[in-house]
Ligand binder design. Structure first.
Ligand SMILES: [Mn+2]
Length: 482
C-alpha cells in the first residue's frame, strides 16, 4: 500500500515538473498577442497603452543596415540641424505631435515586430515585381519624414523598392524635399502651388516607373517585411488593392504600439470613416491569422495597387481638394468596378495619428470634407446618397463642381450599382441605418419611383424588405418599418 502511494506521488511529481517546463516553453514562444492592444487606430480615437510586460518575449528582428553608398551625398546631421526647435517653443504647435520627441529619436530606431508570430514563416515569391513608393507631404517635420524614408530602405528587400518619389506639396521650405533627393532611389517633385493630397498622388503615380504603386504617408515607420505580403497579393490578382494593419505611433512620446488585428474599415452615412470589428461570422471562419481581411473601405493613407489598375480605374477624382473623402471614392470605385480591398495582417506600418490637422485648408476643413464626400456620394451612391444627405443636411446646397467626367468614367467602366455594394460588400451598414434614421425624421408621404442617374432604381429598393422608402421634408428620404 505504502509502495503504491509512493509511486503515485513520484508520478505526480514528474508530471508536475514536465507541466511546468511545458508552460514555460509555451510562454517563451515568440508571440504578439493581438489582444494586448485592441483599441481602434483611427485618428482621434483613444489610443490604448501598450501593456508593459506581458511576460512574453518581444522579438526585434535584425534590420538591414543601409549601406553608406545608398545615402549618397546626403548629410543627415546637417539636414536635421537645419530645422531645430527654438528654446521655449511649444513642441506640438507646428505639427500637432511632439516634435521634440521625434527629433530626439534618431532616424534608425528599432521597433517591435508586431506581427503575429506565424507571419514570419509565410513564404513569398522570389520574383515579386518592384514598386514605386509615393510619399506626399506638406510641411512635414524633417525628422519624421526622414524616418519614414529610412524605415522603407531598412525594412524592404532592396530589389522591391525601385524608387521613392516624394511629392512636396508646396511646403514653405523647398529644401525639406530637395536635400533628401541626394539619397539613392529618392526623387523629389515639388508642386508650384498647393494641390492637396489627391492631385499630388496622381502626379506621383504618373511619374512612377515601377509596375506597382505604394502610397505612404509622410509620418510612418514601416515594420519588418511589410512590403512582400502586399506585393504578393497584387501579383496574384492585379485587381486587388491592399493595405497593411496600421499600428499607432504615439503623438506624445513616439512609442510604437501594436494595433488590433481584428479590425476593418467601415463608415456611417455621413461618410465618416471608422475602424470596426470584423463581423463575428467572418471572425469565426478565420482559421489562419495570416490570411487577408476583406474591408468595405480603406483608411486611405497607406495602400498598394498595380499602376495599370490604378490608371484603368481612373486614378483619383482630381477635383477633390486637399484631403478627405478620397478614400471613399476610391473604395467604392474599386469594389463596384471589378476589384477588391483587403487588409493584410502580416504587413504592419506605424503611423502617427493626430487629433487635428496641422495645416490649413484654404476653403476650411469642414467645407472641403463636404465637397469631397458630396462628390463621392453623387457619383457612386445612387439612391443611397439620400441617406448621406439626411445624415449630413448641411451638405445640401454646397457647391461641389461638375461630376460629368466621373459619371462618364463610371459608365465606361460599366461599374455595378451601389446596391450591389451594399448587399455584397457592406450589408452591415443598412441595419445601422434603419435603426438610427427612423427616429430622426418625421415623414409625410411615400416617395415613389425616384429615378437616379447612376442606378435607375426606385428609392424603395434601397430599403430592407420589411421597410418602405419615405420622403420627408426637403426631399430627405428614409426607410421606415412597414
Ligand atoms: Mn497621416
Amino acid at each position: 500500500m505504502r509502495r503504491i502511494r509512493a509511486n503515485a506521488i513520484a508520478i505526480l511529481t514528474v508530471a508536475w515538473i514536465l507541466g511546468t517546463f511545458y508552460y514555460l516553453w509555451q510562454d517563451n514562444k515568440p508571440q504578439t498577442s493581438p489582444s494586448s492592444a485592441s483599441q481602434p487606430r483611427a485618428a482621434g480615437a483613444r489610443i490604448h497603452g501598450q501593456k508593459g510586460s506581458s511576460g512574453r518575449l518581444e522579438i526585434h528582428r535584425e534590420d538591414r543596415t543601409i549601406p553608406l553608398i545608398l545615402m549618397g551625398g546626403f548629410e543627415e546631421k546637417a539636414y536635421l540641424a537645419g530645422k531645430q526647435m527654438k528654446p521655449g517653443e511649444d513642441p506640438y504647435r507646428e505639427h500637432a505631435f511632439n516634435l521634440q520627441e521625434s527629433n530626439r529619436l534618431g532616424s534608425e530606431r528599432a521597433i517591435r515586430d508586431t506581427r503575429h508570430y506565424r507571419c514570419a514563416s509565410v513564404n513569398y515569391d522570389a520574383d515579386l515585381p518592384p514598386t514605386s513608393v509615393i510619399i506626399t507631404f506638406h510641411n512635414e517635420a524633417r525628422s519624421t519624414l526622414l524616418r519614414t524614408i529610412k524605415s522603407v530602405l531598412m525594412r524592404s528587400p532592396a530589389s522591391l523598392v525601385q524608387e521613392i518619389i516624394l511629392i512636396d506639396d508646396f511646403s514653405s521650405d523647398p529644401e525639406d524635399c530637395q536635400l533628401l533627393s541626394q539619397i539613392q532611389k529618392v526623387h523629389c517633385l515639388r508642386n508650384g502651388r498647393r494641390e492637396g493630397l489627391i492631385r499630388s498622388r496622381v502626379r506621383g503615380a504618373n511619374a512612377a516607373s515601377a509596375p506597382v504603386l505604394t502610397f505612404l504617408d509622410s509620418h510612418c515607420e514601416v515594420n519588418a517585411d511589410w512590403l512582400q505580403p502586399m506585393i504578393q497579393r497584387v501579383k496574384e490578382d492585379h485587381t486587388r488593392v491592399v493595405s497593411p494593419i496600421i499600428d499607432v505611433i504615439s503623438l506624445d512620446n513616439f512609442a510604437y504600439l501594436a494595433a488590433s488585428a481584428d479590425l476593418r474599415g467601415g463608415f456611417d452615412w455621413s461618410l465618416h470613416f471608422k475602424w470596426e470589428q470584423i463581423p463575428i461570422e467572418q471572425k469565426m471562419a478565420r482559421s489562419d491569422p495570416t490570411l487577408p481581411i476583406r474591408t468595405p473601405v480603406i483608411a486611405g493613407g497607406i495602400f498598394v495597387m498595380e499602376k495599370n489598375w490604378f490608371n484603368h480605374l481612373g486614378q483619383y477624382d482630381t477635383h477633390m481638394d486637399i484631403w478627405g473623402g478620397e478614400n471613399f471614392e476610391l473604395s467604392f470605385r474599386v469594389w463596384m468596378c471589378g476589384g477588391s480591398l483587403e487588409i493584410l495582417p502580416c504587413s504592419r506600418v506605424g503611423h502617427v495619428f493626430r487629433k487635428r490637422h496641422p495645416y490649413d485648408f484654404p476653403e476650411g476643413n469642414a467645407l472641403t470634407y463636404i465637397k469631397n464626400t458630396r462628390r463621392a456620394a453623387e457619383v457612386w451612391m445612387d439612391e443611397y446618397k439620400q441617406y448621406y444627405y439626411s445624415a449630413r443636411p448641411s451638405a445640401q446646397g454646397k457647391a461641389y463642381g461638375s461630376i460629368a467626367e466621373r459619371t462618364a468614367l463610371r459608365r465606361k467602366l460599366n461599374c455595378k450599382p451601389f446596391r450591389w455594394y451594399m448587399e455584397n460588400v457592406y450589408p452591415e451598414l443598412r441595419w445601422a441605418h434603419a435603426r438610427t434614421q427612423v427616429h430622426a425624421h418625421r415623414c409625410t408621404h411615400k416617395h415613389k419611383n425616384t429615378r437616379t442617374p447612376g442606378g435607375g432604381v426606385e428609392f424603395r429598393a434601397a430599403c430592407h424588405p420589411n421597410e418602405a422608402g419615405v420622403c420627408g421634408i426637403r426631399r430627405v428620404c428614409v426607410c421606415v418599418c412597414v
